[in-house]
Design a protein around this ligand. Sequence first.
Ligand code: ADP
Length: 270
Amino acid sequence: ARTLVLTARAAPVDAARVLLVVDDRSDAVRLDAVRRDFVANTSHELKTPIGAVSLLAEALDSAADDPDQVRRFAARLSAEASRLATLVQQIIEFSRVQGADPLEEAEAVPLDEVVRAAVEHTRVGAESKGVGVVIGKKSHLWTLGDRAMLTTAVQNLVANAIAFSSAGGHVGVGLRSRDGIVEIAVSDQGIGIAEDDLDRVFERFYRTDQARSRSTGGTGLGLSIVKHIAENHGGEARVWSRLGRGSTFTIRLPEIPAPASARTPRREKE
Ligand code: ADP
């Protein structure tokens, strides 16, 4: 619905004439509602770990005579504190990408490098879970944008693919281009997503029941960050998935030619 604000003003020179001002504030009103909603959701999401931390602190205090209990409560306290830290960090990241339209400092970004860095950042998690991450062959594809943001987006997809895979699972990260669009695809053979949830996974704080019951410690913000970053770059994020079979998430971006400085002369065939 559009919000039109009609103001009637008496013109100072001629009191008989009335000036009608039509001001289209739809965008401002919508943005305001989005912001209010975000603050409400965020406060709600923060309440759970903060509540847990204060309950555990009380429990710790009353268990002072029992060293085993103290150790158990302390471990849970530390887990809740790190969950809180992740949540706060993702909230900051989310508000950063939400306000980054259009991009302030766009540069030519080599996507092979983005994929390599994103996979490197998730290496410890993949190793500790026993999930193998394989990168497809070098593509020499480029886009225009913010390298750090693009790395965050791919990293979020790879981290999810690892989190929702079982030990021994495989994650594939590939790059290809068609008709001027570069596609970064992250595939897994993990728990998959039910059809009813597919439309909603990019919403902020949305987590499927399967994800909640696995207690992967997620925040529900990762994919909404991915979506914002893709859209800030003039692209989009998509998902294909079958419950119990696995998922493929893609980020599609406008392709640009490799900058001259990055082009290596091809070796001529004899
Ligand atoms: P989270 O922090 O929970 O991973 P995201 O926004 O990244 O939050 O993802 C939202 C939800 O989408 C997840 O909680 C999960 O239900 C679902 N999801 C995301 N990636 C995958 C995947 N690779 N396989 C299965 N489900 C996924």
